[in-house]
Design a protein around this ligand. Structure first.
Ligand SMILES: [Zn+2]
Ligand SMILES: [Zn+2]
Length: 338
């Protein structure tokens, strides 16, 4: 396949400004990297946090996007895992050092020198992207390109959040019913858990969406569920949800925060935490999380719900995400080759 010299990309030039469609050079793969023609790229809440300047020191100018589905068009020197034409997925974890104390302990998600796709290296809001082959995933063939994209962050980080809630969870609360929640809910229901969905107050469409995916109860985030929760997963970036979730959680239960950024957590009485309740966060993902989720997905089977946008509509997709006006995930889909 002929590789053009230029490509279209949506560039973030400075936080707080809209992305701009630009023609820039197609990147060249370094040793160990793949050059990928992007077919689809998911839009994640983390992208909003980067645009809003809530995450420090992004690469600038930056191509956002860390849920990339594409096909390999060229391989850099030394690439052995993939070949031209293979379909691959590129997640948030772009690379790690392999040597720091976290990498050595199997906690590559906490690597001191990790690089992140669409944050500290360019991502997939573009026609082409490069990625380190060691951090790319083969994708289950049953998923189309747009359907597979939300698995790569909403799915992977959502799955890690769910897994960190622990083994003995029967009643699972999910706060913020967006892209991650809609995937996690399907896994939890498949594994026989009772799912309680908490949405923005009065968001009846999101509550109906949660019930359709098998939630036994859906209501406003401040509401008290009919059962105390064994664990609560928080995907909305709203610090006030932590005391609310603790209040809804049984003794020994855990509250796990899946997002990369949250508004401040208000002070709350110690009795909400007492009785061995636990609050923890989730940072990034390991490749093992990705392999596990991508193996589970077709077995559940997880069905991703998504709305398609063109590359040049990326700002619209981000605006809809900010307003909570999406059911499931937003995915940018690129036109096929001429
Ligand atoms: Zn490391
Ligand atoms: Zn993400």
């Amino acid at each position: 396949m002929d590789i053009p010299a230029k490509m279209r990309a949506m560039l973030l030039e400075a936080p707080g400004t809209p992305l701009r469609l630009q023609e820039i050079a197609v990147p060249r793969p370094a040793p160990g990297q793949l050059l990928i023609r992007v077919h689809a790229c998911g839009v994640c809440r983390t992208d909003l946090h980067i645009v809003d300047g809530e995450l420090p020191q992004p690469k600038l100018p930056l191509i956002l996007g860390h849920e990339i589905v594409g096909s390999v068009v060229t391989c850099g020197a030394g690439v052995a895992r993939f070949r031209c034409g293979d379909r691959v997925g590129v997640p948030w974890l772009g690379s790690t050092c392999g040597r720091c104390r976290y990498c050595r302990k199997g906690q590559e998600n906490l690597c001191d020198q990790a690089r992140f796709t669409g944050y500290t290296v360019d991502g997939g809001y573009a026609e082409y992207a490069v990625a380190d082959q060691r951090y790319c995933f083969p994708l289950p063939p049953v998923y189309g390109d747009a359907a597979a994209a939300p698995l790569l962050c909403a799915g992977l980080i959502g799955y890690r959040t769910y897994r960190l809630a622990g083994e003995h969870v029967e009643n699972l609360g999910i706060y913020g019913f967006g892209a991650a929640a809609h995937i996690v809910a399907q896994i939890a229901v498949h594994q026989g858990k009772q799912v309680y969905a908490f949405t923005r107050p009065g968001d009846l469409p999101a509550q109906a969406f949660a019930r359709r995916l098998g939630a036994v109860w859906a209501g406003d985030a401040g509401a008290v569920p009919p059962q105390l929760l064994d664990a609560a997963l928080i995907f909305a970036p709203v610090g006030t949800l932590i005391p609310a979730a603790l209040q809804a959680t049984a003794k020994g239960g855990s509250v796990v925060c899946g997002g990369i950024h949250m508004s401040d957590i208000p002070a709350f009485p110690y009795r909400l935490l007492w009785e061995e309740r636990l609050i923890r966060s989730v940072a990034n993902l390991t490749r093992q999380d990705g392999e596990e989720l991508l193996a589970i997905a077709p077995r559940v089977p997880i069905r991703t719900e998504f709305q398609i946008f063109a590359l040049e509509q990326a700002n619209d997709a981000l605006t809809r995400l900010r307003a909570g006006a999406l059911e499931g995930a937003a995915v940018l889909v690129m036109p096929g080759p001429p």
